[in-house]
Design a protein around this ligand. Structure first.
Ligand SMILES: N[C@@H](CCC(=O)N[C@@H](CS)C(=O)NCC(=O)O)C(=O)O
Length: 218
């Protein structure tokens, strides 16, 4: 039975799930939703996710939402290749790194992307704060990548697939002409964060990556 996944363009959370499905080599059918038309709030979607958000994954009769929960479900259900390490200790580190990213950086990073789309005059202090936090996190990831090709351990893990979409969507936003002033601190990524730039290329070379890349096209 095929896996159905409901996703949206520009959505880092959806991208995590698509990357996970491809990484596991699973067959899946994608259903792209238009958030601008509130398709995620239609009755059929609300029946699966009462919060009216994407991504949502249906595997047979089982429905799961919240991107990290989806990744975790897929890893337990389809264990090879593993995404949360080979031992409880490795799983603890992978989960910790994702939780740190989500708790201390993700909202600010998404806020910068939103700012590029829709600047909020009068809130420049918030933007500056977000830029500091994201730059610090990028340095942390850069130092992790000094030890190996992947964010945790010596193989692709859920940490890579959870963090990559946020970084890539930020990169895309900062490449826009209207973000020129903001981007000076980050771009070119190859100069400011060379290991991070190489890591992005490594992810983009994974088998199946191209099938997920339309999340980033808008
Ligand atoms: N914590 C959720 C976040 C999901 C989320 O915020 N999705 C956004 C798109 S990126 C959404 O569906 N927004 C539509 C809405 O809030 O109506 C996850 O990890 O899956």
């Amino acid at each position: 039975m095929s896996i159905d996944v409901y996703w949206a363009r520009g959505c880092a959370f959806s991208w995590r799930v698509l990357l996970t499905l491809e990484f596991k080599g699973l067959a899946w059918t994608g259903h792209e939703l238009q958030l601008d038309f509130q398709e995620q709030k239609g009755p059929r979607m609300l029946a699966m996710n009462p919060r009216g958000r994407v991504p949502v994954l249906r595997d047979g009769d089982y429905v799961v939402f919240e991107s990290l929960a989806v990744m975790y479900y897929l890893d337990l259900k389809y264990p090879a290749p593993p995404l949360f390490g080979h031992s409880p200790e490795e799983a603890g580190v992978v989960m910790r790194v994702i939780n740190e990213f989500q708790a201390y950086t993700e909202a600010e990073l998404l806020g910068i992307i939103e700012w590029v789309r829709r600047p909020r005059p009068g809130h420049e202090e918030e933007l500056t704060h977000a830029m500091h936090l994201v730059a610090a996190e990028a340095r942390t990831i850069e130092s992790r990548l000094a030890k190996g090709d992947w964010i945790v351990g010596d193989a692709v893990s859920a940490a890579d697939l959870a963090i990559y979409p946020c970084i890539r969507l930020l990169h895309r936003a900062l490449m826009r002409p209207e973000a020129r002033e903001l981007s000076a601190r980050f771009l070119p990524a190859e100069v400011h964060y060379p290991r991070l730039a190489q890591w992005m290329q490594r992810i983009e070379s994974l088998p199946g990556y191209q099938r997920t890349a339309s999340v980033c096209e808008k």
